[in-house]
Design a protein around this ligand. Structure first.
Ligand code: F6R
Length: 605
């Protein structure tokens, strides 16, 4: 979602802020802007749409200044128009903001009653107007900033410039991440390590309630009680070079094709093939004592959690609860003493997942997070972190993070089972061998991309598409439907195959393609029977399977999958559903990497 960068610098800042905003594009946005201080005065340029529009404005009307703030906005309050774009400014202050000021209506009413006029529909402008009013009372900038912070409710990261104060910048973190970057004669603020990648690799992650005063040569952090605090400096591993698409047309395409490599990398961190063992990091608790596992996540990460439930229950025989993060804490979950709560998140910043993590922590659960971004808030607040080592994922639609999360979850499930004594060391060694085969099989599936492309082109005009599977393939069906709808805008649903006749089968006619996920063995006969029911109603069945079986004659298309062991098969079946969505979106000409209305890092509730 919204991205922030701030530089208190000693050379022109606009080109560097634009570079940072480019790095933040992956988060998703619909308008952007920058403000600088030059000759003591504030000025800004803002534009609706992508960064190119802002660059164009800046080339027509350049901005000078060695201190500045920049922002990419994902609209929450007010449409993605230029007046609602950040920075929000008065003559006295310029502000960029990520998050939501929940009490903005009351504050706005108070300011309007005070005769103050507003020019945007945003909650952020309230902060700019409040701060201006405080400064006009003659308060020192830091005093005025503290007073305003004390009045704000909600989740926010703020970055503030003040007229006449070229060697000063304020930042605050409450609920939304904000990172300080330390420079040489300069200092920086950013919404994540990526924003600061080209500026500094010495980072300080602010904690909840912290606010910070930056000059070119000093950084002073205060806690929510306005007491000076020291926070640890960490060294960022984020690459300083701009991540590019290489020879690929889209980041999503690149990330789909990278999967054999990154899954091999991830498994390399967790498997010891010579010893035939799984190596997890040191645990602050004993896996053998875990009575119950709670898995919580959003979106694609939630489907990874659903797959993992089957593994953990089947192999380790440990009861598992799986929850959508935005629902979790509101259902007042019943925790089991000593339980392990695992939070899965590519970004490690998803607001609902983070709130769920904190809920479980207060309840005394052991907290583990499975994240891609190891400097993320979730990682920092967990007792145990299992990184997925997928590398930066830029495409808004998650692909490689899904298969890497599954690889880590599969390894974890096997180790949990071993600790629980439900499998032997020899069984572990067999699972390790099976996991090791996954990358090569993934490469084999990707090499048949032209077949999936043809199927995708054939169905890209459909209005509705269903994905069906049973057991562990039901979450893969839901993931396929999510992927398709988010990037191609085709309406799609994932169903448990046996559930169709309880309602959804009413949708079936010759215009509705149904993707059946049915690897041979297990429940495949039952899924195939359900597919037969669909074909009997003229539905176009497209089968993903290593066995065409008895329906070969009547189905619309078949994509032949390699046969593999039960543990890795769900990981493999993620690939054709990702490719199907990708090629359907390309066929429809949508913005594959930045689909409408979506953000990569969802930092509001
Ligand atoms: C879909 C997608 C989203 C994310 C979800 C959670 O392709 O990417 O559904 O999976 O927003 O994000 P993380 O994993 O960062 O918590």
């Amino acid at each position: 979602m919204c991205g922030i960068v701030g530089i208190v610098g000693n050379s022109p800042v606009v080109p560097r802020m634009m570079e940072s905003l480019k790095r933040l594009e992956y988060r998703g946005y619909d308008s952007a802007g920058v403000a600088t201080l030059s000759g003591g005065n504030l000025d800004r340029r803002r534009a609706q749409g992508k960064l190119d529009a802002l660059s164009e404005k800046l080339s027509l009307e350049p901005l000078d200044g060695t201190s500045g703030i920049g922002h990419t906005r994902w609209a929450t309050h007010g449409q993605p128009t230029e007046p609602n774009a950040h920075p929000h400014m008065t003559e006295q202050v310029a502000i960029v903001h990520n998050g939501i000021i929940e009490n903005f209506k009351a504050l706005k009413a108070e300011l309007i009653a005070d005769g103050i006029a507003f020019e945007s529909e945003t909650d952020t402008e309230v902060v700019a107007r409040l701060l201006t009013r405080e400064l006009e009372t003659g308060a020192y900038p830091s005093q005025a900033f503290q007073t305003v912070l004390a009045r704000l409710e909600g989740a926010f990261a703020l970055c503030v410039l003040i007229k006449g104060e070229e060697n000063l910048m304020f930042g605050a973190r409450e609920g939304s991440p904000l990172v300080v970057g330390l420079g040489n004669g300069e200092n920086y603020l950013g919404s994540d390590a990526m924003a600061l990648a080209g500026l500094s690799n010495h980072l300080i992650y602010l904690e909840e309630g912290d606010w910070v005063e930056l000059s070119r040569t000093a950084v002073q952090i205060f806690d929510r009680n306005n007491q000076p605090v020291e926070r640890q400096v960490s060294i960022s591993q984020v690459a300083t070079t701009m991540i590019d698409k290489g020879n690929h047309r889209h980041f999503m395409q690149k990330e789909i094709y990278e999967q054999p490599t990154v899954v091999a990398q991830a498994l390399g961190r967790y498997l010891d093939p010579n010893a035939g063992t799984i190596c997890l990091p040191d645990m602050p608790f004993d896996l053998a004592d875990v009575p119950k596992v709670t898995l919580v996540a959003c979106g694609t990460s939630f489907y990874a959690a659903q797959v993992a439930r089957y593994w953990i229950e089947k192999i380790a025989r440990v009861p598992v609860d799986v929850d959508i993060a935005s629902e979790f804490r509101y259902r007042d979950p019943v925790y089991t003493d000593g339980g392990l709560a695992i939070f899965i998140s590519q970004s490690g910043e998803t607001m609902d997942t983070l709130a769920a993590l904190r809920h479980a922590k207060v309840a005394g659960q052991h907290i583990a997070s499975i994240v891609n971004v190891t400097g993320s808030t979730m990682a920092r607040e967990s007792d145990l972190v299992l990184p997925i080592y997928a590398g930066p994922e830029v495409g808004v639609a998650s692909t490689k993070a899904f298969t890497c999360s599954l690889s880590v979850l599969a390894s974890f499930s096997v180790e949990l089972a071993h600790a629980k004594g439900t499998i032997t060391a020899a069984d572990v060694a067999e699972y390790v061998t099976e996991l090791e085969h996954a990358p090569a099989l993934m490469a084999k599936i990707l090499s048949k991309d032209h077949e999936i492309e043809a199927i995708a082109q054939d169905i890209a005009d459909a209005r509705d598409i269903l994905f069906v599977g049973r057991g562990i393939y039901f979450p893969i069906a839901m993931e396929g439907a999510l992927k398709l709808k988010e990037i191609s805008y085709i309406h799609a649903e994932g169903y448990a195959a046996g559930e169709l006749k309880h309602g959804p089968i009413a949708l079936i006619d010759e215009n509705v393609p149904v993707i059946g996920i049915a690897p041979d063995g297990g429940l495949s006969d039952k899924t195939v029977s359900n597919l037969q029911e669909i074909m009997a109603r003229k539905g176009k069945v497209i089968l993903l399977s290593d066995n065409k079986g008895s329906i070969a004659e009547d189905m619309h298309a078949h994509f032949e999958m390699p046969s593999a062991g039960d543990l890795i098969t769900p990981i493999l079946y993620a690939l054709p559903v990702q490719m199907l969505s990708y090629f359907a979106a390309v066929e429809k000409g949508t913005d594959v990497d930045m689909p409408r209305n979506l953000a990569k890092s969802v930092t509001v509730e």
